[in-house]
Write a protein that binds this ligand. Structure first.
Ligand code: SF4
Ligand code: SF4
Length: 493
């Protein structure tokens, strides 16, 4: 039995109890135990039931205190496992799990980047993370006081089984109780342009190297803790999750926003004082699966299929390593074709740390860096239900169905930015003080960046229903895309 089994059974039973309005902790724990325990061997039954109760208590208390670490080790459950391939310290990419003089493992929080990778590595369940699962379940099943929006991370495609399409997932989430569902990839489109503009400006000012802050909090935490000398190279932009949360709150201040994604590190990002108000809760794909199971929701499309037409191809590829680079490079090439982007991609915290060290020492070739805390990018995140390879396949397929190719063609994103997001809303306050650039200033003319106009009827996805499909996939023709792009460029009414 893996630690995930009892955690998953516990989440399912907790959600059912919250839906029925009867919280009996002992009953929830014993049901979870019954559903997951290996009936052949109950030698560890007492340990397991104790662990389940402890985990349930933490879920119910929601561990809201900002003073608690996001990821921590419960020393009393640590079995000091010595099976080399399973020891938690082998899972930590930045060597933050250590042994004290008494042979007990602990997490060194001065080094921990809060990626959450170690949480499910511990078979004894001794490594825990804060969870907002109970809060979200209560929001959906009990209080129902506010509109609750689900915002889906770009890596969501394929995470809920092969039969669950993005369209059926949207319908199922609305059946679950969410008021509406949006793709975070739409905000990624807004930010690809924003980041491209910042890169161009800094490049023109003579800065040699820019690190994109879009969109991994574990990578940013790594820089802050391990490489603080180069933190000023990080761009000032908030992540797509925060940007979309902020836009929704601007539109509807009393709404609640729940991010659904692969990430544990996003929980702390959502709580940062600098980013309020934006995202109220963060759920992983694993936790969301438990919600679906608790209410027995079919994900096959039986509940309907609602179109998700929020994002461009480039916004949707943020979910894998290299996707952010590709999206921002496309935007830079569009707005300033004379600039050569020389990207460096950190794939996983270990790789990121190595590259950042080289950068700090002045030995890294390039002028732009993307860092993803998880190997493979977000599709390798600790909250994923499927493998990196599967995630990559689904994301590429879904990105291929996007109504437009590039961020700067996404009229819906431009419209949202225009209405709900002034420049300040998209800035991360903590990185706003920058050292001036050091290179000789070489001013070159760049393409004037215009705000695309509103109106969906001119967008490439307008009249989608009337398009003749070239393949089984609904895509606008190249001419439509070209027309839409020209329209956006010329800003005609
Ligand atoms: S959360 Fe990540 S960085 Fe922190 S101890 Fe666990 S694996 Fe290491
Ligand atoms: S790569 Fe994605 S899932 Fe992993 S820590 Fe970064 S944002 Fe979270």
């Amino acid at each position: 039995m893996s630690s995930r089994d009892y955690k998953h059974r516990l989440l399912v039973n907790l959600a059912r109890a919250l839906k029925n309005g009867a919280i009996d902790a002992d009953e929830i724990a014993s049901r979870a135990f019954e559903e997951c325990a290996d009936k052949e061997d109950l030698r560890d039954a007492d340990v397991l039931i104790k662990r389940i109760k402890k985990y349930l208590k933490s879920l119910l208390e929601q561990q809201e205190s900002k003073n608690l670490p996001l990821v921590d080790m419960l020393a009393e459950y640590c079995k000091e496992c010595e099976e080399l391939d399973k020891v938690c310290e082998n899972y930590c990419p930045v060597d933050a799990i250590k042994k004290d003089d008494g042979g007990h493992y602990y997490i060194d929080h001065k080094l921990c980047a809060e990626c959450g990778f170690c949480v499910d590595s511990c078979l004894a369940g001794a490594i825990v993370t804060q969870s907002e699962f109970a809060r979200v379940a209560a929001m959906l099943f009990q209080t129902k006081e506010h509109p609750v929006y689900a915002i889906l991370a770009p890596s969501f495609a394929g995470q809920f089984g092969p039969e669950a399409t993005p369209e059926s997932i949207k319908s199922a989430l609305k059946n679950l109780g969410f008021t509406d569902v949006y793709e975070v990839a739409m905000a990624a489109d807004v930010l690809s342009i924003f980041e491209a503009q910042e890169f161009i400006k800094r490049y023109r000012n003579g800065e040699k190297f820019v690190i994109t802050s879009c969109c991994c909090p574990a990578f940013i935490k790594l820089i802050e803790k391990r490489r603080p000398k180069i933190v000023n190279l990080v761009t000032q932009t908030v992540s797509p999750m925060i940007a979309l949360g902020k836009m929704l709150k601007k539109r509807e201040p009393n709404c609640r926003v729940v991010f659904i994604g692969p990430c544990i590190a996003k929980r702390n990002e959502a709580r940062l004082a600098d980013f309020q108000p934006a995202v109220d809760c963060v759920l992983t794909f694993k936790e969301t699966s438990a919600l679906f199971e608790a209410v027995d929701l079919p994900l096959t499309g039986a509940l309907g299929k609602e179109n998700l037409l929020d994002a461009s191809h480039d916004g949707r590829i943020y979910g894998f390593s290299g996707g952010v680079t590709q999206a921002i490079t496309n935007a830079i090439n569009y707005f300033a074709p004379d600039i050569e982007v020389k990207p460096v991609k950190g794939n996983g915290l270990k790789d990121c740390n190595r590259l950042l060290k080289e950068l700090e020492e002045g030995n890294l070739e390039g002028n732009f860096m993307e860092g993803m805390g998880c190997p493979g990018g977000c599709i390798g995140g600790p909250g994923c239900n499927i493998t990196v390879e599967e995630g990559l396949k689904y994301i590429k397929h879904y990105a291929g169905k996007a109504p437009v190719k590039n961020s700067f063609m996404n009229q819906k994103a431009a419209e949202w930015k225009k209405i709900y997001a002034d420049a300040n809303l998209l800035l991360a306050p903590k990185y706003q003080k920058k050292e001036p650039g050091t290179m000789t200033q070489k001013k070159k003319k760049e393409r004037k960046i215009k705000e695309p106009v509103e109106k969906h009827y001119t967008a490439a996805w307008a009249d989608m229903d009337k398009k003749k499909p070239v393949t089984k996939v609904n895509l606008p023709s190249e001419e439509d895309v070209r027309n839409a792009k020209e329209y956006v460029d010329s800003n005609q009414k």
